[in-house]
Design a protein around this ligand. Sequence first.
Ligand SMILES: *Cc1c(COP(=O)(O)O)cnc(C)c1O
Length: 422
Amino acid sequence: MKVETKCIHEGYKPQNGAPLALPIYQSTTYTYDSTEHIGKLFDLQADGHMYSRISNPTVAYVEEKIAALEGGVAAVCMTSGQTASFLSLFNILGVGDSFLCSSRIYGGTINLFSVTMKRMGIECIYFDDDMSDAEIEALIKSNTKAIFAESLANPALSVLDIRRIADLAHKHGMPLIVDNTFPTPILCRPLEHGADIVIHSTTKYMDGHAVQVGGVVVDGGSFDWAKNGYTCLSEPDESYHGVIYTESFGKAAYATKLRTQLIRDLGTYPPASAAFLLDLGLQSLAVRMEKHSSNALAAAKFLKQHDMIESVSYPGLEGDKYYDLAKKYLPNGSSGVVSLTIKGGKTNAVKFMDALKLAKNVVHVATVHTCVLHPASETHRQLTDEQLLAAGINPGMIRLSVGIENIDDIIEDLKNGLAQCE
Ligand SMILES: *Cc1c(COP(=O)(O)O)cnc(C)c1O
């Protein structure tokens, strides 16, 4: 099956007489004929659902679909993208460990990595994508156990050279974890370029309609944990009568540990109803990503030639700093987010935002609706203009998340908004 077909037919496969739509299994628990069978479930020696804090059939179908879309061996859904970022690392790191992370990542992830995980005794060491291999390697310590980065960064809109960073990680015996939220597996599949683990905030394009917060971790099944000394996966887990994940679960060792140990203990599994909504979003993901990408490119081209625009960033736009990497990693489109800087700084940016009629002013991106966000007066409003510039945010910069409306209507709205600034 091609990826568009997988969006609809992977996961739940109804048999003769079964409902066509994915059923919502609204049940906390599952019945078995014998205590012996349940005992085997507890020892991870039999397949089956036991309790909906660990797995649920509706969620499991969606996990199967997402694993198939990314080309992984297994996926584990959870309650948010933040949880996915955290657990993807915490599954293999503990107190006293460190990991490398690209500095071009989502603001919420920076808080999690720099503040909360630091309190847990896990150190995040940032690198810049523009550094040479040698400069990045110089940051690696003896306790460094993973590299984390975003394939298409939010909000920087830089494109990660996945192959280069994956090679670098593997040279040092560690996995590369890629946050693939913005491209989705429709536009980029990091596992095909050497990444080992992929995570998503499904809240964004996968859901696509701004209805449900969620996250997922996908296990690529390619990393050799035992050989590289990840003893948490290759030595007995006492909480399961000494199971050894790499021996009992082979390629799905990482995903199995994540579910049966961390999801079990931390209680971050999503409800069946949330998975149902996510599945609806996934069914139309391929057509939406195509439309988001073509609309965003058209909007970026329109903005680029406009007198009131100081600069536009969109990796699919010829002349963009990341155009060549986008051609390699995002050949079918660069997703729907464009960043633009209006001449006249904050004053004009606010005038423009307030004049827009179609585009919604929200703290969100990646939905069917076109929406805008002005960091200087919203998410980063506590900073002075000097502080904003130091943080790499121009006071006139606006993040435009291009929806799937008719592009003529979107451009008309942008044109009217810009007319208020002159
Ligand atoms: C939104 C976002 C997250 C966090 O996801 P939530 O679902 O909001 O917890 C992580 N990474 C990226 C790239 C995001 O855009």
